[in-house]
Ligand binder design. Structure first.
Ligand SMILES: C[S@@+](CC[C@H](N)C(=O)[O-])C[C@H]1O[C@@H](n2cnc3c(N)ncnc32)[C@H](O)[C@@H]1O
Length: 374
């Protein structure tokens, strides 16, 4: 029985039809909008991050290693002020905890007071790119890494922090990130159905549309991808490529063009890419990897072919991945153009783009089917 149906989203006084499902019907894979870049954080989103044990333990370790005796800037402290409190507990001299969402900043302030650290942690409400500090700090901790490494603006925001708010040679946590890409075959994962938005995600889609001021082809994540080598539940059909390198303790380039290639490792149908991130929290750490570890970062879906193009081991997808700053100066627009090269037949050109806030709506077959015109 089909799980998906057409429902309606409410946006700027009118409704938009959308392919939907009920979460309780246990859809094999489903869609969730990429929300961190707007930034739409609530109890649910902060809660998911606190439950991500690997993320929490890597950050806690790094903060304990670097914070003692230092002055610290925590960019995006969130409502729990986790890294500001961890730094103060580890013996930081003083922490400036910056948060742009007013409600989160207020809750953070209360949490800090309750924990008895109001004298050593100052909460600053606002964007880190718009604040001033009397003196630059010794180190900066932040977790503004997106579903794509730089999608929440880590490149531009942390470059600004390095130039204005942190002493020369000051330490940055995290150390580096990359965006990762792997080819997807959704045949078994989607069980014959196109992935849809569960009803509970509507409020997030509506808030993303509201923050941009109109409906548009928003960036979507795929939840529930299976890639278990022990079973037939395999979704990944290629090796993995890295693009968008961001060196937070080195030369930080928030924009760029990367060339990469994926080699197919299994026979299947090529529907698109899963894009994720690897994150080295401190220098010398093993990276967190959102494509292979269960984590609070969900892979972004870059649909390339609705029907799926048949592929065999040894076929290749060569592509160029472009990260360009959107006109807000912080959040990147992404574009990917490539060619599928198979054993036989001509190369097949494929493309995907995902702007932070764009005018295009229903601009590709994927979005025309996700938001059908009735
Ligand atoms: C992924 S959450 C991390 C929250 C917390 N630090 C943690 O690791 O659990 C990112 C937070 O950073 C905030 N944020 C993003 N960019 C910011 C900026 N440039 N200045 C201040 N806050 C920012 C968001 O509102 C959000 O609360």
């Amino acid at each position: 029985m089909a799980r998906s149906f057409i429902a309606e989203l409410a946006t700027s006084g009118h409704t938009v039809p959308v392919r939907a499902c009920v979460y309780e019907s246990n859809p094999p894979v489903w869609l969730f909008p990429s929300i961190g870049e707007y930034p739409l954080y609530d109890d649910f989103a902060y809660g998911q991050m606190l439950k991500d044990e690997l993320r929490m333990s890597r950050y806690a370790e790094a903060v304990r290693r670097y914070a003692p005796g230092r002055t610290v800037l925590d960019i995006g402290t969130g409502q729990d002020a986790v890294w500001a409190l961890a730094a103060a507990r580890a013996g930081a001299r003083h922490v400036w905890a910056v948060e742009v969402i007013p409600k989160s900043a207020q809750i953070a302030r209360e949490a800090i007071e309750q924990a008895g650290f109001a004298d050593r942690i100052t909460v600053v409400e606002g964007l880190s790119t718009e604040i001033e500090l009397a003196d630059p700090v010794d180190m900066c901790v932040s977790e503004i890494i997106g579903t794509l490494g730089g999608s929440e603006g880590a490149g531009a925001v942390l470059r600004d922090a390095r130039e204005r708010l942190v002493k020369p040679g000051g330490v940055f946590i995290p150390h580096r990130s990359v965006t990762t890409a792997v080819a997807l075959d959704l045949t078994s994962a989607a069980a014959g159905e196109l992935p849809s938005f569960p009803l509970f995600t509507f409020r997030y889609v509506e808030q993303v549309f509201a923050s941009v001021g109109r409906p548009f082809d928003l960036r979507v994540c795929l939840v529930g991808l299976q890639d278990d080598p022990q079973t037939q539940e395999r979704s990944y059909v290629s090796d993995t490529a890295e693009v968008e390198p961001l060196e937070f303790n080195g030369e930080l380039r928030p924009e760029g063009v990367d060339r990469a290639e994926l080699t197919f490792t299994r026979r299947g149908r090529f529907h698109g890419l899963a894009l994720g991130m690897r994150l080295w929290v401190a220098e010398g750490d093993e990276p967190l990897d959102s494509l292979v570890q269960p984590s609070s970062w969900t892979p972004v879906y870059a649909p390339l072919s609705e029907a799926g193009l048949p592929v065999r081991p040894g076929d290749r997808f060569e592509f160029q991945f472009t990260t360009a700053m959107s006109d807000d100066g912080v959040h990147p627009d992404y574009a990917l153009t490539g060619k599928l090269r198979r054993d036989v037949g001509p190369a097949v050109p494929l493309r995907w783009s995902s702007a932070h806030h764009q005018h295009g709506f229903r601009s590709t077959p994927f979005y025309r089917s996700l938001f059908p015109e009735t």
